[in-house]
Ligand binder design. Sequence first.
Ligand SMILES: C=CC1=C(C)c2cc3[nH]c(cc4nc(cc5[nH]c(cc1n2)c(C)c5CCC(=O)O)C(CCC(=O)O)=C4C)c(C)c3C=C
Ligand SMILES: [Fe+2]
Ligand SMILES: [Fe+2]
Length: 344
Amino acid sequence: MGRRIAIVLFNLGGPDGQEDVKPFLRNLFRDPAIIGAPGPIREALAWFISTTRAKSARANYALMGGGSPLYPETRKQSDALTSALKAALPGDEIRCFIAMRYWHPFVEEAVAAVKAFAPGETVLLPLYPQFSTTTTGSSLTAWTKAGGGPARTICCYPEETGFIAAYAKLIRESWEKAGKPENVRLLFSAHGLPEKIVKDGDPYQWQVERSCAAIAARLPEFADWQVCYQSRVGPLKWITPSTDETIEAAASEGKHILLAPVAFVSEHIETLVELDIEYAELAHRHGAAGYTRVPAAGTAPDFVSGLAGLVKTALQGDTGLKPPGGQRLCPAGFGQCPCRAEIT
Ligand SMILES: C=CC1=C(C)c2cc3[nH]c(cc4nc(cc5[nH]c(cc1n2)c(C)c5CCC(=O)O)C(CCC(=O)O)=C4C)c(C)c3C=C
Ligand SMILES: [Fe+2]
Ligand SMILES: [Fe+2]
């Protein structure tokens, strides 16, 4: 008899409509993984930031029809992964569940749905290739807090072959579609983080740089490449170089900017508004020869088969944490890497 296998896909979530923007923001800023202050201060800050940020955030979500496309985009990935796994594991009953951190379907809803399915095996698969305490770490904590059962946990996959191949292909195709421009600078833009979080041992930036180096190694024709960090929020110092400064510099050198959003695997507000509207305008204002945005991995076949491969590998051996290749990837200095306690 085949196994019943649940795969839980974690992502951040986004408001479904304009009325959801403020409560969504409040959920985000109430998370101790995002704001490290003690409970009552964090609650007050979350109320204050969500109230003051809601108006401009609503205007940005309005540019995408009112709400975030993240859930429908994640559904497409879930469907593609289900098909790939059904083909790879015939005889097993496979079901994918979506667990969003700050909006529906919340992690608690996913835990209830998984329990109703009563799987023999559960695989937790973050749709974040690089581990951060603010994303994957926060989602895994929420899973445990919501009473999610024992599982096989894929903590990160920054150099997974399918993920890397998918981006290399998307970058090359985007350049071809743009008419094969010359004098290109390839910019890998990832969501930024407050510098303090990285200094406290978060391996995200280190892993992002590993992803970019692995993609660039497959693209010798784009020798001029750089990593930069977008979407800064709040008064703290964030990791650098920032995407806006990096775009300004490349534009003033007259480069054609080829911009790949390498830590986002689904289209959402930060690709469709920040990259496609705000940064495109910035590039043109500063004299860029051109600006081409590479799509997020989405349901690119190499990416989906990479995810299916991660799930298949995770199903081997014992339950627990499943770091890439069964080995701790991050150097020991990254104390917040979840592998540190389990793999030495
Ligand atoms: C790699 C992915 C992400 C990291 C790391 C991350 C950290 C992080 N984000 C904020 C603040 C905001 N993020 C917002 C939206 C948002 N962020 C990510 C991904 C990462 N965030 C996604 C996928 C989304 C989803 C957006 C959607 O389509 O709805 C927002 C809301 C939008 C806005 O108002 O700009 C905020 C705010 C912080 C503070 C942080 C690390 C500390
Ligand atoms: Fe974010
Ligand atoms: Fe790790």
